[in-house]
Design a protein. Structure first.
Ligand code: BES
Ligand code: MN
Ligand code: ZN
Length: 496
C-alpha cells in the first residue's frame, strides 16, 4: 500500500473516501458542523434519529454528491472521549478498514485531527492509525486460485491528513514505524498461516536466512548432525518421529555498537503438532499448523527491529521440528537426556514444546544474554485459564515481567501474569528420571513454565504462553481470521 501524508483542510481533500472519527455524544465539533452545513443538515438529522451516535466501531457512510471534494465520507465511532487511548484508535480504524474493504474501496484518506486523544503524540497517533489499517487489511490468499472477484480487495492507497504543514514530518515518522512493525507482523502471520505440508523445519530455516540476507543479520542453521554434536537429546527426541529433519535457527542482530549483552528471544517452532504417539484428537488438529507461532513471532520481531535500526543487540533462537507419530517416534515412558544433562521421563509425547525449548534455552547460554524471553503455543490449559484475550506471562524476574506487562498494555497485545511458586515444581518429580515432562491436569500452564524454569538457570527470564492468542477464530477489527502474528508488536514495543 502506498502511504502519503498531506496537510490541509480535510473537507477539501479529493479522495474516494474520507474517514472521520467521532466521539460519542460530540456531534458538534467545528469540523462536523462544517460538514453538516455542506450536507444541508442531514448529519444533524442522522444524530437526532440515532442512526449514528459515535459509539465504539459504529459506522455511517455518507455520499455528499458534489457538495464536497470527497466522494464518500465514513464516520467511525470512537466511543466516549474519556478513557480513549491507543487501543480505541486501533479498533476504530480496523473496523473502518474492514467496512471499506467489504465494499471494495481500497483507496481512502484519514483525518488525524478528528482522532486526537489525550496523551498521544502525533507520531504515536499516526503509528496506531497506520498499524490498524495495515493489520486489518491483511489476508492470506496464496492458495485461493478461483473466483478472484470473490476475494477481498488489497489496500492500494492511504492518505494521512494533518492540519498543518509542519506536522507532516512527525506523522511521517509514525507511518514509517508502523510499516516496519507491520512487515514483521505480516511475516509472522504468513508463516503461521502457511499449511504444514509447505513448512518443514528447513523451510523455516530458509525463511530466516532470507530475512538475514535482506537486513544484514547473521544467520546460523544447525542441522541434525550439528544437533547431535550439541547433545540436544530432548529436541532430537521430539524430531525423531518425523521424516522431516529438525533445525535450530539462530539469528543475530547487532544494533548496539557498544557490544552490550544481547536480549535473547526464543520461539517454539513446531511446524505441525500431531501429538506424536500420544496422538491428538481429529477435531481442530488442522489448527496445529500454528504451533510455530512463537518462532514466527521471533522472526517477525527481528525483522522489524532491523528495519527500525533499534539500538539493541538481539539473538533469536528457534528450535524447529515436526511432532509426528510413527515407528521411529518417541514413546510414553521413554527417557531423554537433554543438552543440560538433565534426564526427562516422557509421560505424554504431546508435551513436546517444553522439550525443544529446554534445549534451545541451554543453547542460549553461549550468548551470555542479559534477558531471555521465550514465546510458545505451549498449553491448551492456557486457553482454559485466559481464553483468547490475553497471553500468559510467567518468569523469575518481577522487573522484567512488569516491563513486558506495560509493553502489552501499550501495544494492545495484553499479558496476564500467573504465579510460578516453587510448589508447582513438585508436580514434575519423576521416580525414574530427573523430571517428567507433564505435571498432571492442575495448573497446566504453570507446570509447563516450571519445567522451562529448570532450564532457564540463572537467566533473567520470562515465558509467554501464546496458545490462546496466536490464532483468531472469529475475526476482530484489526485481526482477521487465522494467524494473529501475536508477539511482534508486543516485543517491538518492549525493545523500543
Ligand atoms: N501445541 C500444544 C498446545 C496448544 C493447544 C496450543 C491448543 C494451541 C492450541 C502443546 O504442544 C500441547 O499439546 N500441550 C498439551 C500438554 C499436555 C499433554 C500436558 C496440552 O495442552 O494438551
Ligand atoms: Mn503438543
Ligand atoms: Zn505443541
Amino acid at each position: 500500500m502506498e502511504i502519503k501524508i498531506a496537510s490541509g483542510a480535510p473537507l477539501e481533500k479529493k479522495t474516494p473516501c474520507l474517514i472521520l472519527g467521532v466521539f460519542e455524544g460530540k456531534p458538534k465539533t467545528p469540523l462536523l458542523k462544517d460538514l453538516d452545513r455542506h450536507l444541508g443538515g442531514s448529519l444533524s438529522r442522522a444524530f437526532r434519529d440515532k442512526e449514528f451516535s459515535g459509539k465504539q466501531r459504529e459506522k455511517l457512510l455518507l455520499h455528499p454528491s458534489s457538495a464536497l471534494a470527497a466522494e464518500r465520507i465514513l464516520l467511525i465511532g470512537l466511543g466516549k472521549e474519556k478513557g480513549a487511548g491507543a487501543e480505541r484508535i486501533r479498533q476504530a480504524l480496523g473496523a473502518a478498514t474492514g467496512f471499506l474493504q467489504e465494499r471494495s474501496l481500497s483507496n481512502f484518506a484519514v483525518d488525524l485531527a478528528s482522532l486526537a486523544v489525550r496523551n498521544l503524540t502525533l507520531e504515536a497517533l499516526t503509528q496506531h492509525v497506520v498499524e490498524a489499517i495495515l493489520l486489518a487489511g491483511y489476508r492470506f490468499l496464496r492458495y485461493r486460485t478461483e473466483n478472484p472477484d470473490e476475494l477481498p480487495v488489497a489496500l492500494s492507497k492511504l492518505a494521512i491528513l494533518v492540519a498543518k504543514k509542519n506536522q507532516v514530518k512527525e506523522a511521517g515518522h509514525g507511518a514509517t514505524i508502523a510499516q516496519a512493525i507491520c512487515r514483521g507482523v505480516y511475516l509472522a502471520r504468513d508463516l503461521v498461516n502457511e499449511p504444514g505440508n509447505a513448512k518443514s523445519p528447513d523451510f523455516l530455516a530458509r525463511q530466516a536466512r532470507s530475512i538475514a540476507d535482506e537486513t544484514g543479520m547473521k544467520c546460523t542453521i544447525l542441522e541434525k548432525p550439528d544437533l547431535e554434536k550439541e547433545q540436544m537429546g530432548a529436541l532430537l527426541g521430539v524430531a525423531q518421529g518425523s521424516i522431516r529433519e529438525p533445525r535450530l535457527i539462530i539469528l543475530e542482530y547487532h544494533g548496539d555498537n557498544n557490544h552490550s549483552r544481547p536480549i535473547a528471544l526464543v520461539g517454539k517452532g513446531v511446524v505441525f503438532d500431531a501429538g506424536g504417539i500420544s496422538l491428538k484428537p481429529a477435531e481442530k488438529m488442522d489448527e496445529m499448523k500454528m504451533d510455530m507461532a512463537g518462532g514466527a513471532a521471533v522472526l517477525g520481531t527481528l525483522l522489524s527491529a532491523a528495519l527500525l535500526s533499534l539500538p539493541v543487540n538481539l539473538v533469536g533462537i528457534i528450535p524447529a521440528v515436526e511432532n509426528m507419530p510413527s515407528g521411529s517416534a518417541i514413546r510414553p515412558g521413554d527417557i531423554l537426556t537433554s543438552k543440560a544433562g538433565k534426564t526427562i521421563e516422557i509421560i505424554n509425547t504431546d508435551a513436546e514444546g517444553r522439550l525443544i525449548l529446554a534445549d534451545a534455552l541451554s543453547y542460549a547460554k553461549r550468548f551470555d544474554p542479559r534477558v531471555v524471553i521465550d514465546l510458545a503455543t505451549l498449553t491448551g490449559a492456557c486457553i482454559i485459564a485466559l481464553g483468547h484475550h490475553a497471553t500468559a506471562i510467567l518468569g523469575n524476574h518481577e522487573g522484567l515481567i512488569r516491563q513486558l506487562l506495560k509493553a502489552g498494555e501499550q501495544s494492545g497485545e495484553r499479558l496476564w501474569q500467573l504465579p510460578l511458586w516453587d510448589d508447582y515444581a513438585t508436580q514434575l518429580k519423576s521416580e525414574v528420571a530427573d523430571l517428567k515432562n507433564v505435571g498432571g491436569r492442575p495448573a497446566g500452564t504453570i507446570t509447563a513454565a516450571a519445567f522451562l524454569q529448570k532450564f532457564a538457570g540463572d537467566f533473567t527470564w520470562a515465558h509467554l504462553d501464546i496458545a490462546g492468542t496466536a490464532w483468531e477464530d472469529k475475526g476482530r477489527p484489526y485481526i482477521p481470521k487465522g494467524a494473529s502474528g501475536t508477539g511482534v508488536r508486543l516485543l517491538v514495543q518492549y525493545l523500543r
